[in-house]
Design a protein around this ligand. Sequence first.
Ligand code: S3P
Length: 437
Amino acid sequence: MSILKIGTNQSLNGTLVVPGDKSISHRALMMSCLVGGNCRVSNLNLGQDVLNTLDFMRSLGVMVDRSSHTDFALFFDLKYPDKMLNVWCGNSGTMVRLGMGVVSGIGVDVEFDGDESLRSRPMDRVIEPLKAMGARIDSQPKGRLPVGVMQSKLHGISYSLPTPSAQVKSSLMFAGVNAAGVTEIFESKTTRRHTEELFALTEIEFEEKETDLGHFIKIEGPVKPTEFSLNIPCDPSQAAFFITGALITKNSDVRLENVYLGKERTGFLRVLERMKANVNVYVTSAEPFPVGVLEACSSELVATDIQPYEVADMIDEIPILAVCAANASGVSRFMGLAELRVKETDRILTICELLKSFGVDIAAEGDDLIIAGRPKVNPNRIAVDSYLDHRIAMSAAIFALGLQSKESFVEIKDFDCVSTSYNGFLDDLRLLGVVDG
Ligand code: S3P
């Protein structure tokens, strides 16, 4: 058990480059094994989730040559192993769900497993459509890890996602690469487009359009992706922690460079604008995807509501947006958060518990969160729990920095869990001038 002791009432100043985007990192590695040639990825996210995916690729025959700390060359020798592979996915829903799509149509048998949190998360959302494509998949208990995916021949299907999910969409897109015939996917709302962006980069022909039913994707398989080279932009979900840190602390001013700015990942910026946050966004390049600079400084935030249709664009930023709401004047209501119940923790519950332990007036009503801003707390010491959820742990640390009380500190239990996505989180806070508690 690790406890972080972090000082309150701090300021953040300076320029930072946060790690490479986690979602893009998983996808780039998985795409390399479908390419079966030579690929290069740089600025890979080195959190444990992505390192597990890197090991998974190695076990599939991808040879990895690390040319610098975050830069990798990936070669594939086109020989899949002939024994059952046991693949450890740790804490990562993205790895297992996309991984099932990748392996279901290639000549290999795989058993996926993960930690206690991952074992409790629903997998039927990908198992069912993959089975409809002809995949042979067993899970015990049903719809949960461990899951066995056996070699099979896939065929295309037409599938409407019951709930918008980039993981489900991407799993089916990866399966579609090796499926015979047409795979059609509808999602009522466009979710993060990283798999589409990678398809374009690897010259996979596919159709993508907005229809009355929402976002539509069509792939005619089997298709062969081409070799690629990708410099992964920085993770907007990680940037959101430092943006919030600057907004809720006094005399702060931070700049984050080379951040991925695709519309489906930056809903939190639109919410912050409504909250009257001092944030500037500069797009520095548009191709192959929007990337730019974010600047934020201390702000007087005001409450806002988040509508259910907005949630997909900020699905991972709800914990840190709750920290913003707790520091805003007025009452905020975040609506339609049902999907948060099946993240690394039940985040409706863990956000409530975390902010309550800081003295915030917060309540869950069904799948909504109601947060009254500006807590009147003046603690000398607060002990809070991360619940082993990396985003809850980082949100706790940022909240602590904004607490206005002299000579006090906060203790965060199991803070090490941030290594899931961001080993250097504390070092980066220190770079911005934060001192330990
Ligand atoms: C992800 C999609 C989202 C997100 C997760 C990463 C991805 O999950 O919460 O952290 O990389 O596709 P859902 O697809 O379950 O919404």
